[in-house]
Design a protein around this ligand. Structure first.
Ligand SMILES: Cc1ncc(COP(=O)(O)O)c(C=O)c1O
Length: 413
């Protein structure tokens, strides 16, 4: 079932604009048997990936917070939020994926060169790595993660980012020693540009979408995110808490969502919900077509949720997502703004969480579920109630302080 409603609004310039409202697609066609056979994901070894992350100097589990007061006001039993602003000092979850994908690529390159397994103390290897350039397209967080990991192993990084990206996001990448190239247009244009430049310069692409670069790298990036879900399992077990009934994942190209789908491909999995901006809802639009083929987002790719502003799903990720996600939702920016604000100004004893525009998208969905007329009845349809336990991931901290301050001082919408 797919719903799409548009309203006409009169803007200050007296022009009529079509503003798409929240919409959803209930995916009754999900079939875990199909993706369990996926060749590329089957090769991932979560224990090995976790061991790799644990070997990184900055590795620490990120906090899993419970927010009972907010849960009560959302009419659910329990609300968990995994706070990824603490990840590797990078203010977002993306370091998990980029670090593992670069590590895998380095291993491959060393083997091809006839060198031994990666050993940072080997001077021959160090010279070899210093001659490598890793490149990536980004809306901010993935590029920062690639720049960080390239720096850790002594390689160079060149990062391509849309030219309207927030200054703070660009500076965060440059401060890690990477070269930053501004690309006219959207994230998807940055993806095309990185492919072109990498071919000319023989650079190593670390792409989180398999539309460019190799499919193994895009899968390794999702593989890196498996550590996040492993941590959640461990943290809930330590607290004697049950597995959540619902897990809400904000999606851009879908690499994180695919990791969630793969991790929970077992019995008693939570219901998986994908959240995207209304203007960049490529997963929802692809999942709701008759043959579930890849679609480019019909929206105009304008949203404050920069990390989710992607026009096309990653093909390897979508293969997993279409058979593991129960619900696809598209929400408006106003809910993301409210979500950021509510996490920053918590109720009662709830912990304060610094969450960016894309980071707060999970809570934005829960708010839209309560308030948006176009999602009316959805709560009942998916079986969410006063007893439900819901887990969200605040995938980033405040990555655009200027916009954050604007939102915080704005009067309630
Ligand atoms: C903060 C944040 N959340 C979520 C996402 C979505 O991740 P994916 O592109 O793997 O779907 C991104 C992607 O850049 C992001 O930066």
């Amino acid at each position: 079932m797919s719903m799409q409603i548009w309203i006409l609004t009169l803007h200050s310039h007296n022009q009529l604009y079509c503003v798409p409202m929240c919409r959803y697609y209930l995916n009754n066609r999900a079939d875990p048997e199909v993706f369990r056979a996926n060749q590329l994901f089957s090769r991932l070894k979560p224990h090995e990936i976790y061991r790799f992350h644990s070997s990184l100097p900055e590795y620490r589990r990120t906090p899993l917070q419970s927010l009972p007061n907010l849960a009560q006001s959302l009419r659910i039993g329990q609300l968990w939020i995994k706070d990824e602003s603490y990840r590797f000092g990078l203010n977002a979850f993306k370091g998990l994926g980029a670090s593992y994908a670069i590590y895998k690529r380095v291993q491959q390159l060393l083997v091809r060169k006839g060198l031994a397994k990666y050993d940072p103390s080997d001077s021959v290897q160090r010279d070899f790595l210093a001659g490598l350039t890793f490149c990536a397209a980004t809306d901010g967080n993935h590029g920062r993660a690639v720049a960080w990991m390239a720096g850790l192993i002594g390689a160079r990084a060149v990062i391509f980012i849309p030219d309207d990206a927030a200054g703070q996001r660009v500076e965060a990448i440059a401060s890690l020693g990477a070269e930053v190239r501004l690309v006219e247009g959207s994230y998807d244009q940055a993806v095309s540009e990185v492919a072109r430049e990498a071919a000319v310069n023989r650079w190593e692409i670390i792409s989180d979408t398999s539309t460019v670069g190799d499919r193994e790298t895009a899968v390794a990036i999702s593989g890196g995110y498996l550590t996040l879900f492993r941590e959640i399992d461990e943290q809930l077990a330590q607290l004697n808490a049950k597995r959540p009934d619902f897990l809400v994942i904000q999606a851009g190209v879908g690499a994180l969502a695919a990791a969630a789908g793969w991790h929970y491909a077992k019995d008693e999995a939570p219901k998986l919900i994908s959240v995207e901006p209304v203007q960049a809802a490529c997963l929802l639009e692809s999942a709701s077509t008759a043959d579930q083929s890849l679609k480019t987002a019909a929206g105009n790719l304008t949203t404050i949720m920069a990390g989710l502003n992607c026009g096309t799903p990653s093909p390897v990720a979508f293969d997993i997502i279409k058979d593991s996600f129960d619900l696809f939702v598209a929400i408006g920016d106003e809910y993301a703004e409210q979500g950021m604000k509510m996490l920053y100004q918590p109720q009662g004893s709830d912990p304060k969480i610094e969450s960016g525009e894309s980071g707060a998208a999970g809570l934005a969905f829960l708010l839209a579920l309560e308030k948006s007329g176009s999602l009316k009845g959805l709560r009942k349809l998916i079986g969410m109630n006063q007893e439900s336990s819901v887990l969200l991931i605040s995938t980033e901290g405040i990555t655009d302080r200027l916009n954050f301050n604007r939102i915080l001082t704005k009067s309630r919408a």
